[in-house]
Ligand binder design. Structure first.
Ligand SMILES: *Cc1c(COP(=O)(O)O)cnc(C)c1O
Length: 355
């Protein structure tokens, strides 16, 4: 993949690495950043030469359009250490495609492949020693694009900043999660931007999640559609239910993120011989299965958390506890997904891109 464009990335190395200051035994999620970042600016209809710089502040004016109107998108992906050494990205083509889909929906310029992919690979090569080698740990990758016009007026921006930062991460959160289905609030509706990874989709969920916490739940389950009854996601994850032996997940309708993990979990479940049903799924239907004793497992899926078991589901006066220690199907899928990501079993679908 050595191309001419690759040489075009300007590299300014950090004079001193901060790696020795980091406690790799207690990483947590999203607090530590590697020595470098990639920055590429877009002005006058063209992308300037991407630069790799020491990780640090990016200065913007108070009038910067992103601060006022939220023209911002991001991605979340991971690089894993492989069983036999080396590093690999998991399905980065999917994240790249989704990033540009989000850009398009938010009226932003697409980021060219050489800026995104070659920039990312160069950045990771430079900071490869930051990729943790402990089980369950990885290098989390956060690409961001934001509108940066110094102009107070609602319009499509003319200048943009694209950057990528890297975080060595432990596991996202270990405990199974309790979720409260939100009657009053919605995260996204048909025709909106629920399928785009855009900043405002997250700010608007903070208050509802705080309210769910006050009621004793850890996160929110998002409902929408006719009668505000149809399940979309939980927190920032796609959601699966094992009911009467089959996996159920909401069908794609533009109101939620089409997760790379969601798609991979569907594939792995089918590989393992499970039936997967993608349908419009109402909270009432899940409650009916639960009341009949047929709601066996529930879990969320996403890059950060991979497969995250659900321990409890609340909705109005329905309050149902699951038994995550008996989530055999979810656990098997999680193990299989992790094993593929670290290449400890064959990469049968060609999902890994080695760096
Ligand atoms: C990123 C994200 C997901 C998960 O997508 P993956 O590609 O599996 O990481 C699900 N829901 C929301 C709201 C997200 O932002």
């Amino acid at each position: 993949m050595e191309t001419g464009t690759l040489n075009a990335i300007k590299i300014q190395k950090s004079p001193k690495s901060r790696i020795s200051e980091v406690d790799f035994d207690h990483l947590g999620f999203g607090r530590e950043f590697t020595d470098h970042m990639l920055v590429a600016r877009y002005t006058n209809g063209t992308w300037e030469t991407p630069e790799i710089l020491p990780y640090g502040q990016i200065s913007i004016y108070p009038a910067s359009s992103v601060l006022h109107y939220g023209q911002a998108i991001f991605e979340g992906m991971k690089a894993h250490r492989l069983q036999n050494g080396g590093l690999a990205l998991f399905r980065p083509d999917k994240n790249f495609a989704r990033f540009n889909m989000s850009a398009k929906r938010m009226s932003m310029p697409e980021v060219p492949e050489h800026v995104f992919m070659e920039g990312l690979k160069e950045l990771i090569k430079l900071d490869a020693n930051w990729a943790p080698d402990k089980e369950g740990c990885s290098l989390y990758i956060r690409p961001v694009l934001f509108g940066n016009d110094s102009f107070i007026g609602v319009r499509t921006s003319e200048s943009y900043v694209f950057f990528i930062i890297l975080c060595p991460v432990g596991s996202y959160y270990a405990e199974p999660v309790s979720v409260l289905a939100m009657e009053q609030y919605s995260r996204a509706e048909v025709g909106g931007v629920g399928h785009a990874k855009t900043a405002g989709n997250y700010a608007k969920t903070l208050l509802p999640v705080e309210e769910a916490k006050k009621k004793g739940f850890k996160d929110a389950m998002w409902l929408g559609g006719e009668g505000h009854k149809y399940i979309q996601e939980i927190g920032t994850m796609n959601v699966f239910f094992v009911m009467d032996g089959k996996l159920y997940t909401p069908e794609i309708d533009g109101t939620f993120l089409e997760g790379v993990t969601r798609e991979s979990v569907i594939q792995i479940a089918r590989d393992l011989g499970h039936e997967v049903v993608e349908k419009k799924l109402s909270i009432d239907e899940v409650i009916d299965f639960a009341k009949k004793g047929l709601l066996q497992e529930a879990f969320g899926t996403g890059t950060a958390a991979t497969v995250h078991h659900i321990s409890r589901i609340g909705y109005q006066d329905f309050d149902f506890s699951l038994q995550p220690e008996k989530h055999f199907i979810g656990n098997k899928i999680k193990e299989e997904l992790e094993a593929i990501k670290t290449n400890s079993i064959p990469d049968r679908h060609g999902w890994l891109v080695k760096i």
